[in-house]
Design a binder for this molecule. Structure first.
Ligand SMILES: Cc1cc2nc3c(=O)[nH]c(=O)nc-3n(C[C@H](O)[C@H](O)[C@H](O)COP(=O)(O)O)c2cc1C
Ligand SMILES: CCCCC(=O)C(=O)O
Length: 356
């Protein structure tokens, strides 16, 4: 895989995956307008490097909610890793540990969160939660994530119902193959697996309930409106994740990178205090990461690229994808004259008509 670009991982993944599974990973909602826009938006932004700053080799590391990551690229929560590789989330977590970055484990993982933690003892894990209407069941899941060593709870807010994914409908991809299950949804050890509920009644009140339920920092994922970023903070969120769910929920939503500056401005306190703002959707190369950081993101997360690495080559495939992104971030930061992520500032990004 040496010399591979991200698109090579996607091509290899596509060859290996069953077509319906490839479509589930790759696809978006509706006409896939937002899905395409997420990637294209980065091409409408250009970087304006600074020169002769003697910055040396850049330090790419960041600290988020008390967790150190060696690069500002996290693994976004994605479901069903065992569709891509028999080791599934275990392999992803091992690659995350080796790359020293944070993996956000999906509640819809096909390996139980305890086993993900056990498979990769060095990994820093956060846990993504779809709050279930049965709050006692939700609490049991939260306790499992805590005991498995997860260091933050990422609450997905953009999915009161599932987006309409036409590819899945066409492919009749409705259920996992019989040997795979959402292991975090088991009702007790060896018990039956409950179906994941998307909950249209989920509201800010429930965030307050969660806040009381756990001492873990809460990240609200799927914020697009600046007013909701403010509400999230008022309800105790420790960080915001600007995201349109990779174009898989409401189609026609602006891209996360376009929304980012407004949200960063909204959450900045008058005294300069702020909570970390994370962003995902369409990040495919190191320069995309650098653009997002310059516009105020504390870090980015990648969803599909990790799935392509996993399907193309299991744990080494994910390691390859993360290594590629790391090398590209380091290269782009060096060329921008930045010693650390704090040197990336909004004046270094311009809106352009592509190609720049
Ligand atoms: C196949 C797939 C499954 C996903 N599953 C989840 C999930 O279980 N929970 C969640 O909050 N987001 C989920 N997401 C959304 C990702 O966390 C993330 O927002 C999105 O993938 C970012 O866009 P990118 O794929 O362009 O990097 C999923 C995305 C994909 C592609
Ligand atoms: C029932 C699992 C939902 C996973 C998800 O969030 C997605 O496919 O986007």
């Amino acid at each position: 895989m040496s010399g591979w670009r991200l698109c090579d991982y996607e091509a290899a993944a596509r060859e290996r995956l069953a077509p319906a599974h490839y479509d589930y990973f790759a696809g978006g909602a509706g006409e896939e307008i937002t899905l395409r826009a997420n990637v294209a938006a980065f091409d409408r932004l250009a970087l304006v490097p600074r020169v002769l700053r003697g910055a040396g080799r850049p330090e790419t590391g960041v600290t988020l909610l008390g967790c150190r990551a060696s690069m500002p690229v996290l693994i976004a929560p994605t479901a069903f890793h065992r569709l891509a590789d028999p080791q599934g989330e275990r392999a992803t977590a091992r690659a995350a540990a080796a790359a020293e970055t944070i993996m956000i484990v999906s509640m819809a993982a096909t390996v139980a969160v305890e086993e993900v933690g056990a498979a990769a003892p060095g990994a820093t894990l956060w846990f993504q939660l779809y709050v279930q209407p049965d709050l006692a069941f939700t609490e049991r899941i939260v306790r499992r994530a805590e005991s498995a060593g997860c260091r933050a709870l990422v609450v997905t807010a953009d999915s009161p119902v599932m987006g309409v994914r036409r590819r899945d409908i066409r492919n009749r991809f409705l259920d996992l193959p019989a040997h795979l299950h959402c292991e975090n949804l088991r009702d007790g050890p060896g018990g039956p697996v409950r179906p994941i509920a998307m909950w249209p009644e989920l509201s800010w009140e429930h965030l307050a309930v969660l806040r009381r339920m756990t001492d873990l920092p809460i990240v609200v994922k799927g914020v697009t409106h600046p007013a909701d970023a403010r509400l999230a903070i008022e309800h105790g969120a420790a960080a915001i994740m600007v995201s349109n769910h990779g174009g898989r929920q409401l189609d026609g939503v602006p891209t996360a990178i376009d929304l980012l500056p407004e949200i960063v401005a909204e959450v900045a306190g008058p005294d300069g205090s702020t909570v970390p703002v994370l962003v995902d959707g369409g990040v495919r190369r190191g320069t995309d990461v650098v653009k997002a950081l310059a516009l105020g993101a504390a870090a980015v997360a990648v969803g599909r690229p990790v799935l392509w690495g996993l399907a193309a080559g299991g744990e080494p495939g994910v390691a390859g994808v993360l290594g590629l992104l790391r090398a590209e971030v380091e290269q782009a930061m060096t060329l921008c004259g930045c010693a650390g992520v704090g040197d990336l500032t909004p004046d270094m990004v311009r809106s352009v008509v592509p190609p720049c």
